[in-house]
Design a protein around this ligand. Sequence first.
Ligand SMILES: *Cc1c(COP(=O)(O)O)cnc(C)c1O
Length: 492
Amino acid sequence: MNNVYYGKLIFELSKPGRRGYSLPKNEFDGYSLEQLPVARRENKTLLPEVDELTVARHYTNMSNNNFGVDTGFYPLGSCTMKYNPKVNEELAALQGFNIHPSTPDCAAQGALKLYDEVQRTLAEISGLSRFTLNPYAGAHGELTGLMVIGTYHRQRGDVNRTKIIVPDSAHGTNPASAAVAGFQIVQVKSTAQGTVDVEDLKPLLGPDIAGMMMTNPNTLGLFETQIPEIARLVHECGGLMYYDGANLNPMLGVCRPGDMGFDVMHINLHKTFSTPHGGGGPGSGPVGVRAGLEHCLPNPQVVYNEEKGRYEQHFDEESLGSVSGFLGNFGVIIRAYAYLLTLGRENVPMAGRLSVLNANYIKERLRSHYKLPIDVVCKHEFVFDGLREEYGGDHHDAEHVTTLDVAKRLLDYGYHAPTIYFPLLFHEALMIEPTETESKDTLDAFIDVMIRIAEEAKSDPKMVKSAPHNTPIRRLDDVKAVKEPKFTFKAL
Ligand SMILES: *Cc1c(COP(=O)(O)O)cnc(C)c1O
C-alpha cells in the first residue's frame, strides 16, 4: 500500500511544532502561567505533534484495518457475531435515554419501564420467573448466577455444598466464574458423540454438589439430549441446574431452559440480541431464576409497584447483594429491546431456525473437504477437525496444512477466520457459526473459498502455509506476542 500514513504510529507522523489548533492571543497582558511555577510541568509532554488532516487520515486508515461484521462475514464459533441493525443504534442514542444513573425513579419511568419489559420478555423466552439485567457481561452473569446458587444453599443452612460440576466442553468462563464465586470445579466428561456423559456424571454427585453448569446447545453446537435425566440426577442430590445461555440463538421460540428443568441461567444480550461486541465492547449478561429464587437476585431490582402505579428500584434484604454500580449497561439493554420489537413475538423463532439452517448448510456443503468428527444435525454452530485426508489433512510432515493455515489463508480472501483450536476435544478444531443474519449468497461465497483453500492445500501447500499474503501484516509469531508483549513505543 503506497500511503505514507499507512501502518504508522501517530508518533511516527509527528513533526516538531506541527499543530492541529490555534489558541486565541493572550488577552490578559501581564498574566501568564510562567508566573505560577507549581502549575508548570517539569518535563516535555510525550504527545505527537500533528496537524488535523494527518490525524483524520491516520485514524481513518486505522479504522480501515479493522475487521467487523459491518465490513465482512465473521463466522466465529462459540461467540455469536451477528449483524446489529442500525435502527438499534439510533434508538439507543435517543436523548430521552441519555440519563444519569442516579436520576430518581420518578424522573426515569420510561427507562425503568423499558428495563422491566426486557426483564419480562427474557423471562417469557426462557420459561423462568424473573430476570435481573444488572450484570455487565456473560461471565459476570455466570458469577451472579453462581452467587444466586450459593445464596440459596446458605439461606437453607446447607453450607457444605462447595462444588460445581462443569462439562469438559464448556466455555472457559464457566470454570473461571465458579472459582471466583468460591466453588471448587469438578469436571464431567463428554461422550464420543460430544454430549455430557451421564455415566461419568453419576459418581460425581453427592451432598457436596452445589450445582451443575451446562451450555445448550453446547460448544460443539449440539443439543444436550440427556438434559431431563441430568436435571433429575442433580436435583435429586440437592444441587441446582445452571444454564449458560450466552448463545441462545437456536433456542429462540423453540424450547425454553425453564421447561427443561434449569433453575438459573444467563443470556448474553450482546450475542443473541444483537449489539456489536468485537474487541471487548460493552456487554450485558442478564440472569434469570425459576420461581422461588427471585429474592436471591442482586440489588437493585426494577419492579412495578401496582399500588402506586409506577416502576421503582427495590432493595431486597435477602438478596445476594449488589454486583454492579447501578442497573447495568443500559445502552445494550435498549438495543436488545429494539431488536426484540423489530422482530416481534411472531418472528423471534425465525431467527433461531435460520441460524440452525445456515450452520447445517455450510456443514453439509463442506464435509467432503473438511473432517466432520461428529456427524449429526447441528444447531447454530459446528466443528470440523481440520482438512480431510485427501486434502492433506492427515499428513504429519512439514507440508501438512493445519487449521491455523486454513484460518490464515481465509484472511487473504477477505474473511474473518472462524474460531480455531477450540473446543479442545479435537486437535485441529475449526468452529463455524454463520448466524441467521447472513444471506445464502454470502454463505455460498464463503463455502467456495473454503473449498478453494482445500484444493490449494493439495496443489500448493507451501503457499497456504505461508499465508496470509495480502494483509498489511503477515503471519505473526503468536508465542512471542504473548511472551514478550510490547506496549510502548520506544523511539521517543
Ligand atoms: C461468550 C460466552 C460466554 C462469556 O460471555 P462474555 O460476555 O464474553 O463474558 C460464556 N459462555 C459462552 C458459551 C459464551 O459463548
